[in-house]
Design a binder for this molecule. Sequence first.
Ligand SMILES: Nc1ncnc2c1ncn2[C@@H]1O[C@H](COP(=O)(O)OP(=O)(O)OP(=O)(O)O)[C@@H](O)[C@H]1O
Length: 266
Amino acid sequence: MTEAPLIEMRNATVWRGSTRALHRFSLSIGQHERVAILGPNGAGKTTLLKTITRELRHAPDDDSRVSILGRERWNVWELRKHIGLVSHELQAEFTPYASVFDVVVSGFFSSIGLDDRLRARVRPRHREQTQEIMRELEIDVLADRAYRDLSTGQQRRCLLGRALIHDPHTLIFDEPTAGLDLAATFDFLARVRQWARNGRSLVWVTHHLNDIPPEVERVIILKNGEIVSDGSKASVLTAECLSDVYETNLRVTEVDGHILAYPGAA
Ligand SMILES: Nc1ncnc2c1ncn2[C@@H]1O[C@H](COP(=O)(O)OP(=O)(O)OP(=O)(O)O)[C@@H](O)[C@H]1O
C-alpha cells in the first residue's frame, strides 16, 4: 500500500480576513520529505503551515481538496500527535507563571502551558517523558524556572521539547531561528539535524538561507500566495531564481551543505 502524503492540496484557496493568502494552491509533500519553504514577507508561508496544522481551513470550492496524512477530517488534538510545531510566534503566548516543565509537558495536551484542569491530568508517564526530553535538550536543570525569564535560545529549546513530546514523524518549523544569536542558532540547528537524520520529515519555513538544515532536499518558493519555484535545493536556490523572487541582485554559494546568499554586483 502506498503511503499517504503529509499534505495533498488541490486548488485550495485560503483567506486571512479579506486577504486571499493562498490562491487555488496545489502542492503535495510526502511523509519522509525534508522541505524548506521560502518567500518574501506576506508570500503565504505561515498560512500554508497553518493549513497543514489545521489552524486554518481552505474555502470549500467544489474542486478543492486538502488532505493531511490521507485524511480530510481531523481532530486537531489528534493531528498534533503526528505533527509537532515549533513557531517563534508561540514564544510570547505562555503566561509569566509557566515553568519550563509546564511548557514542555503541555505538548501532551496540545495546549499552551497548563491550567489547573490540565495540571490535574499530568500522569507519572507524562512527567517521566517530559524529564527525558528536557534532559536530551539540556533544559532539565531549568525545569522549575519561569519560561519567560529564559534566554530566547533556551526558550526555543523548550518549544522544541514541547513539539517532540509525542515523538511525531513530522516537525514543522516557522522561522525557528528568529531572534537567536549565532551560537543559539547553530545549537538549535544541530539538534534538529540529529532528529532529521533519523528519517523524520521536516518542513522548515525561514527567511535565512544559511539556517536551512543541509538535510533539506527540496525547496519551495512562494510569492503572492502561489508557488514560483519547487524542486531540488540545487535547482531552486540559484542566484538567478533568488534574484528574481526577491527583486534584487544576489549571488549564492554553498559551504558544507549550507547555502549562503550575498549581494551581487551593483
Ligand atoms: N490575521 C490576519 N488577518 C488578515 N490578513 C492576514 C493575517 N495574517 C496574514 N495575513 C495576510 O495574508 C497574507 C499572507 O500572510 P502570511 O503570514 O501567510 O505570509 P508569510 O509569507 O508567512 O509572511 P512573513 O514572512 O512576513 O511572515 C499577507 O498578505 C498577510 O498580510
